[in-house]
Design a protein around this ligand. Structure first.
Ligand code: MGD
Ligand code: MGD
Ligand code: SF4
Ligand code: MO
Length: 670
């Protein structure tokens, strides 16, 4: 028996990017724990990853290629060899390309793994093929756009600075579920006397770790920020020296916008009382080091980018951006530490091809465009579950004339619609390079166990497909390790001062923040741009969200026990979650005669979805909450939450609007 402890990295789309210690016995992972030497993980993992070996060695893992034998969606397949699978894919693509051109092929991928190599392995291949391109904006591009409009490419503060703050505001983030290691610094601050607030649309798990939860109406945070700025000016709680030296456009905002946002009006929009708004403004204005941690939920609205942009202006008024332990954290820019262009290889694209927005895959698969999409290649994503407007997505995937290939670890809702399923490795079985977007850590994650069954990594599969398509560029015939070595051989100013020795032996290392980060705002004017002449609206303003015709605003929030549709293979986690629930306020349920624990249907113009009702005062009136994205096989009916979400995009950056939908609710069977 051989027993070894090896280092690895959590590959999931989570800001923490934890370091793992994996105990390997005879080529199998038997235990996974948090790396005590990882600066952000500090030895603890979330509930999902504590038993990652159960995911890696799950009996549900796909272990060989499959060919469809039943109807699309039925999940009936027969095993085939890798050779046959690759021949079939390449053969069918050659036919399609001859008949209609390569743009009839569309890749669909997102963040099943965050590793830079495996995540992006398809980009060079599909650029070289001349396929249609996917606009990958399902997560939070509107949040980035909102930050950028004010702060340009200014780096975020170090997340642990929260420990030095005297007022931490978790704004639209359920950190207990989605950013648990950030709470380390928050708890430290609280022990030293800091106040901690949560601003959300309902009381989440995170409410139990803060001093104050402020419940706002969905999509109203932009008005809240303007209302707080109005009061800061009224109370004289602004930093005039900082504004004069480092901020562009405060006077214009003060003259033209803020007078329109007195507490009474803002109360009407947000649902917070004028007295609450006044006490919030005083506490914020008087705090010495207020630290905002913004989630992405509030950016997934028709007004999402403007909401973030407006909130990002708030710390400028009190000069918080100059102080350690203060300011605003949205995400880190660690991706700039690597030559991404050498991974993506956009230069392989002979001419710019059509761009299809991934949030509108439902329309794209159904709309007859020239050339229509005739083949979809899905990897590292589960669009049948996670993409909005599930009815349209499933209708498109069910098209008999669509040649669908899905490269997956499990037989997901999407894989069930594939003509060919290819088995994917897990992160413990392939080589990669990781960077965190919630801290400044980077880390290598080389394979620690051999592939399960005949599974292959994204990188290997694209190598095989490149060979079958006759691509001769040497790029396609290197290993993932060759590419990692190449990237690490290129000098980069961000990696200059890292602890190289630790990095080379597989430990996580931190990229040091530039010493002048606080004085040097990386915007065109060199100032914080409250007024940004490049924006369609040069000054922030309040735009209402899209909403809809139904009574309840639907919050499609993350689950504590899963990550998007990942981890649904795990019986232990599903048992802990207990079911597919819709949470509603007691008054609302009472008014409709709905009872706790009964089957209900949430519906709108796009579709209907069955849930089990949970009645709870955690949810305010007029809001319904559906946490988590479930596989259909575990759902009470034939559709899951995204049958209720629309393909509409955000105000900037073409992002998703998962939170900007309304529903009605009725008892099941009526
Ligand atoms: N356990 C778990 N962890 C995850 C994920 C998961 O599904 N489960 N998903 C991962 C991914 S892909 C991402 S992008 C991140 C997601 O993380 P983020 O989107 O950054 O934030 P969340 O923690 O999901 O919190 C979103 C919160 O926003 C709230 N919210 C919605 N609308 C509004 C609004 O108008 N105003 C305010 N103030 N709040 C609002 C929701 O109720 C929810 O609590 O987490 C990652 N980590
Ligand atoms: N209702 C609702 N819908 C949402 C959201 C929401 O908050 N509410 N959040 C949205 C957000 S923020 C995001 S980011 C998206 C996420 O959407 P996705 O990125 O699609 O996320 P997952 O559901 O985790 O699916 C990832 C899949 O990749 C597979 N996978 C993992 N590693 C590999 C690999 O190395 N190779 C291959 N080929 N496959 C692999 C996994 O098995 C898994 O099935 O979902 C969005 N959808
Ligand atoms: S907290 Fe996030 S990064 Fe850490 S183990 Fe859990 S999912 Fe992975
Ligand atoms: Mo995301």
């Amino acid at each position: 028996m051989t027993r070894k402890i090896k280092r690895s990295v959590c590959p999931y789309d989570c800001p923490d990017a934890c370091g793992l210690l994996v105990e390997v016995v005879d080529g199998k992972a038997v235990k996974v724990s948090g790396d005590p030497d990882h600066p952000f993980t500090r030895g603890t993992l979330c509930t999902k990853m504590n038993r990652y070996h159960d995911t890696v060695h799950s009996p549900l893992r796909l272990t060989g290629p499959l060919l469809r034998t039943g109807e699309k969606g039925s999940g009936q397949f027969r095993p085939i060899s890798w050779e046959e699978a690759i021949d079939r894919v390449a053969g069918r693509w050659q036919e399609i390309i001859t008949r209609s051109g390569a743009q009839a092929v569309l890749p669909y991928s997102y963040a099943g793994t965050m590793g830079l190599i495996q995540r992006n392995a398809g980009h060079p291949f599909f650029f070289r093929l001349g396929a249609s391109r996917l606009e990958r904006t399902i997560c939070s591009p509107a949040k980035e756009a909102g930050w950028k409009a004010v702060m340009g490419s200014t780096p975020a503060p170090h997340p642990d600075e929260a420990a030095e703050s005297d007022l931490v505001i978790l704004w639209g983030i359920n950190a207990v579920a989605t950013n648990i290691h950030f709470l380390h610094g928050v708890k430290k601050a609280r022990r030293k006397g800091a106040s901690v607030w949560l601003i959300d649309t309902y009381r989440t798990l995170t409410s139990s770790v803060v001093d104050q939860t402020y419940i706002v109406r969905p999509g109203s945070d932009g008005a809240l920020a303007l209302g707080l700025m109005h009061l800061l000016v009224q109370y004289g709680l602004i930093d005039n020296d900082f504004l004069a030296a480092h901020v562009q456009g405060f006077e214009e905002l003060k003259e033209k916008t803020l007078p329109d946002f007195p507490p009474e009006k803002v109360s009407g929009i947000t649902g917070l009382s004028p007295e609450t708004l006044e006490s919030m403004a005083k506490a914020y204005g008087r705090a010495e080091r207020p630290f905002l941690r913004l989630g992405s939920g509030l950016s997934r609205y028709g007004n999402g980018a403007m909401t973030i942009r407006t909130i990002v202006c708030l710390p400028a008024l009190v000069g918080a951006y100059k102080n350690k332990g203060a300011g605003c954290f949205t995400a880190t820019n660690t991706g700039e530490a690597f030559a991404m262009e050498d991974i993506l290889r956009e230069d392989f694209m002979a001419e710019k091809t059509r761009l299809v927005n991934m949030n509108q895959i439902g329309w794209a698969l159904n709309k007859i465009q020239a050339p229509p999409i005739q083949s979809l290649y899905v990897y590292s994503s589960n669009p049948a579950s996670v993409a909005p407007d599930q009815n349209q997505v499933l209708k498109g995937l069910a098209r008999e004339d669509l040649f669908a290939v899905v490269h997956e670890r499990f037989l997901t809702d999407t894989a069930r619609y594939a003509d060919i399923v290819l088995p994917a490795t897990s992160s413990l079985e392939h080589d990669d390079l990781y960077r965190s977007y919630g801290s400044y850590c980077i880390q290598q994650g080389r394979a620690v166990i051999p592939p399960v069954g005949e599974s292959k990594s994204n990188w290997e599969v694209f190598g095989l497909l490149a060979g079958a398509m006759g691509f001769e560029e040497s790029f396609f015939h290197q290993t993932a390790n060759d590419l990692i070595d190449h990237l690490l051989s290129l000098p980069n100013p961000m990696r200059e001062d890292i602890d190289r020795k630790a990095f080379e032996i597989g430990k996580a290392v931190e990229i040091p923040l530039p010493p002048d980060a606080r004085a040097n705002f990386r915007t065109p004017s060199g100032k914080i741009e409250i007024l940004n002449p490049e924006e369609p609206h040069p000054l922030p303003l309040y735009i209402p969200p899209y909403g809809g015709g139904e009574f309840f605003r639907l919050m499609t929030a993350p689950s504590f026990h899963a990550l998007n549709s990942s981890f649904r293979e795990r019986d232990d986690l599903r048992r802990k979650e207990r079911g597919v629930f819709l949470k509603m306020n007691p008054e609302d349920a009472g008014a409709k005669g709905l009872r706790e624990g009964t089957a209900v249907i949430a519906f709108n113009q796009l579709g209907e979805v069955p849930f089990i009702l949970r009645i709870t005062a955690e949810v305010p009136q007029g809001v319904a909450v559906a946490e988590g994205i479930w596989w259909l096989e575990h759902s009470p009916g034939p559709r899951s939450v995204n049958a209720l979400t629309s393909q509409r995009l955000t105000d900037r950056a073409n992002g998703s609007t998962f939170y900007d939908n309304t529903v009605e609710v009725k008892p099941a069977g009526t």
